[in-house]
Design a protein around this ligand. Structure first.
Ligand SMILES: [Zn+2]
Ligand SMILES: [Zn+2]
Ligand SMILES: [Zn+2]
Length: 430
C-alpha cells in the first residue's frame, strides 16, 4: 500500500494490509499518490519484482495493471492479473541472497510478466530511453546488453538514436543550417530564373515594389512561363547572407550545448529484450553463465576475478617494493565491444572473448595473472624484467592480430614498477 490517505474500510476487511514492501505481495498505488512514492521503496529483488496495481489516477509506466478507481471489483480484477505473476515469482530462488542480483532481477521481471522488457521514449532522461519495467535499476542498458551477449535475453530492435559525442546524451535539436556559417537562421525564398539572360537568384533580388526586375539585365519580368519561371527554393542565411540550395544538417545538444555536424554524429541502437529458454534455466538455477569480458577472462587458465587479482597485485607490489624486484603489467584495451556485439550478436561476442582468452593462455606463463574489468584486460607479470616483458607484449600483439584482430580492435600498453601497479590498483578499485 503506497499512499495511505484514502484507504477505504472495505479494503482492510477483504485484504491483509502490509506495513512495508517486504511483507506485501502486491503494491497498490493509492488514489492521488504521486508516482515517485514507488521509487522511495528500497531496492530488494522482492520490492523490484512486486506487481504494482495503479489506482493513483496518474499514468504509471511499469505498473502491472491500472484501475480507474479503487473499487472492490476493480481491485479483485487487478489481483486476478497479479496472481499468475506471483505464482511464477514464487518458483524462483531467493534472488536477494544470490550474486548477480540485478541481472537476476532483470531475468525474473521478463519471466514473471511473460513479456519482453520494452524500451520506451522518456525525455526526462538524457539517453531518452527507459525500461519502465526495470524501476530502480539505474541505466540498465549495459546489463541488458551483457545478458543479450550470452543469449539469456533476445534482442528486438527499438530504434537507432543519435547521441552527442561530448556528453553521450540524446536530447538533440536537429537543424537545417547554413553550409557556410552553421547558423540555423535560414529563410526560404523562391528562386527566380530570367529566361532571356539566364540569371537566377532569390525572388528578393528581383523585387521592385510589386513588380519583378532582373538585377543583371534590368529588364522587367512580366509573364510567368514566358519571361521567367521559379525553378525551386533556396534558403538565405540571415546571419551571413549565403544562399543555400541544399542546407546542411547539424545537431545541437540541448544538455551540453555542443554543436556537431551530421557527419560526425554516431548512433546507438536500442532494443527490447525477451527472455530466452537459456535465460529461464539460468534464472531457476540462480546462476548466470559467463557474462562479460571479466567473466570470460576469469574462467581462463591464467584468469582471476578482479577481487582476487587485486589481492595478488597488492602482494606483488609489496614484494617489488621491499626486495626491489621487477614487476610488469600489460594493459590490453578492447575498443569496440559494443560494435562487435551489434554486428556479431551475443554468440559472436562470446566467441571473440573466448578466442582472446585462448590467446592470453597461450602467450602467458602459469605464474602470470590476468583479469578484466569493463573493456580492459590487465596482465600481471611478476618477477619479469623489462626485456622479457617487451617480448611477451610482442608475442601477445602478434597472436591477437592473427587470431582476433578481424573483429576486435585491441591496443596493448606496457608499464612497470610499483607506481604502475598503484595505477592499476586504482583503476580496479575505483
Ligand atoms: Zn552533449
Ligand atoms: Zn536578366
Ligand atoms: Zn550563414
Amino acid at each position: 500500500m503506497v499512499g495511505e490517505t484514502t484507504r477505504p474500510d472495505w479494503l482492510s476487511d477483504a485484504y491483509t494490509v502490509a506495513d512495508g514492501p517486504e511483507q506485501a505481495d502486491v503494491a497498490v498505488l493509492m488514489p492521488g499518490t504521486p508516482v515517485e512514492a514507488l521509487d522511495a521503496t528500497p531496492l530488494t529483488a522482492h520490492g523490484a519484482l512486486m506487481p504494482v496495481i495503479n489506482a493513483s489516477g496518474h499514468s504509471v509506466s511499469g505498473a502491472l495493471y491500472s484501475v480507474p478507481s479503487l473499487q472492490p471489483a476493480a481491485l479483485a480484477e487487478a489481483i486476478g492479473v497479479a496472481r499468475p505473476v506471483l505464482e511464477r515469482l514464487a518458483q524462483l530462488p531467493d534472488i536477494d541472497a544470490l550474486a548477480d542480483t540485478e541481472a537476476l532481477i532483470v531475468l525474473a521481471m521478463a519471466y514473471s510478466r511473460q513479456t519482453p522488457l520494452h524500451a520506451s521514449w522518456d525525455f526526462t532522461r538524457p539517453m531518452v530511453v527507459r525500461y519502465a519495467a526495470l524501476r530502480g535499476i539505474e541505466n540498465p542498458r549495459a546489463l541488458l546488453e551483457e545478458l543479450a551477449a550470452t543469449e539469456l535475453l533476445a534482442r528486438e530492435r527499438f530504434d537507432c538514436i543519435h547521441y552527442c559525442p561530448a556528453c553521450g546524451g540524446s536530447r538533440l535539436n536537429v537543424r537545417e543550417e547554413c553550409t557556410e556559417c552553421r547558423s540555423s537562421d535560414l529563410k526560404p525564398a523562391a528562386l527566380v530564373h530570367h529566361y532571356r539572360c539566364a540569371y537566377q537568384g532569390p525572388e528578393s533580388e528581383f523585387l521592385r515594389g510589386h513588380s519583378l526586375e532582373c538585377p543583371k539585365c534590368q529588364r522587367l519580368l512580366r509573364h510567368y512561363g514566358v519571361d521567367y519561371d521559379k525553378p525551386g527554393m533556396v534558403f538565405v542565411c540571415g546571419s551571413c547572407g549565403t544562399e543555400n540550395s541544399d542546407p546542411a544538417v547539424g545537431f545541437l545538444c540541448t544538455d551540453c550545448d555542443r554543436h556537431t555536424d551530421s557527419e560526425q554524429m554516431d548512433t546507438r541502437t536500442w532494443w527490447h529484450y525477451a527472455i530466452t529458454p537459456g535465460g529461464v534455466a539460468a534464472l531457476h538455477r540462480g546462476i548466470l553463465p559467463h557474462l562479460s569480458l571479466e567473466a570470460s577472462v576469469a574462467r581462463g587458465s591464467v584468469g582471476y576475478w578482479v577481487r582476487d587479482f587485486i589481492t595478488l597485485l597488492r602482494f606483488q607490489q609489496a614484494q617489488a617494493r621491499r626486495y626491489e624486484r621487477p614487476l610488469s603489467l600489460l594493459v590490453v584495451r578492447v575498443h569496440n565491444i559494443d560494435a562487435i556485439s551489434d554486428t556479431l550478436g551475443g554468440r559472436g561476442l562470446s566467441q571473440v572473448f573466448a578466442h582472446l582468452v585462448d590467446v592470453l593462455s597461450e602467450c602467458l606463463r602459469q605464474t602470470d595473472a590476468v583479469t578484466a574489468r569493463g573493456q580492459i584486460v590487465y596482465v600481471l607479470l611478476p618477477e619479469t624484467p623489462i626485456a622479457e616483458t617487451e617480448a611477451i607484449a610482442r608475442r601477445l600483439r602478434h597472436t591477437t592480430e592473427a587470431v582476433v584482430a578481424g573483429p576486435m580492435e585491441i591496443t596493448i600498453e606496457r608499464t612497470e614498477g610499483v607506481d604502475a601497479a598503484a595505477a592499476v590498483l586504482e583503476a580496479l578499485t575505483g
